[in-house]
Design a protein. Structure first.
Length: 134
């Protein structure tokens, strides 16, 4: 019902926020490897746009997995799936750097960012899912 819809909206917003903050922090720490900003967007705007698209793609991958009947019954499957989904989403958004103003020097950065994002997303999911059970 309404509670489930609100739960999904809150989770999506938190994932978007997490993606954007992680991208921004990575670009501050590793400016030669994680690039934010272009002729159209400032680094902060690029983090917000790239974070949105990365979250959007992860959400699509998640819906696809559920529709295909993938069972997230073990921690290994869950961690592996979402680490790869986040990494692929980051890589995909970086491939279209002219759209969001986000780029990475190689795919290894996508794996690093994907892992950092997933760890924080998992923490957010536990908080939101825990409150949803009440």
């Amino acid at each position: 019902g309404v509670k489930l819809k609100l739960y999904n909206h809150i989770l999506y917003f938190l994932y978007w926020l997490i993606d954007s903050v992680v991208l921004y922090v990575f670009s501050l720490i590793y400016p030669a490897n994680v690039i934010l900003g272009n002729y159209r967007f400032s680094p902060l705007e690029s983090a917000v746009y790239a974070g949105f698209w990365a979250t959007f793609f992860v959400w699509i991958f998640w819906d696809f997995a559920i529709a295909r009947g993938l069972k997230f019954d073990t921690k290994l499957v869950t961690w592996g799936y979402f680490w790869l989904a986040n990494s692929f989403a980051v890589w995909l958004v970086a491939r279209f750097s002219h759209i969001a103003g986000f780029g990475i020097v190689n795919y290894l950065w996508a794996f690093a960012i994907g892992l950092a994002v997933y760890i924080l997303q998992r923490m957010a999911w536990k908080v939101v899912a825990g409150r949803n059970k009440e």
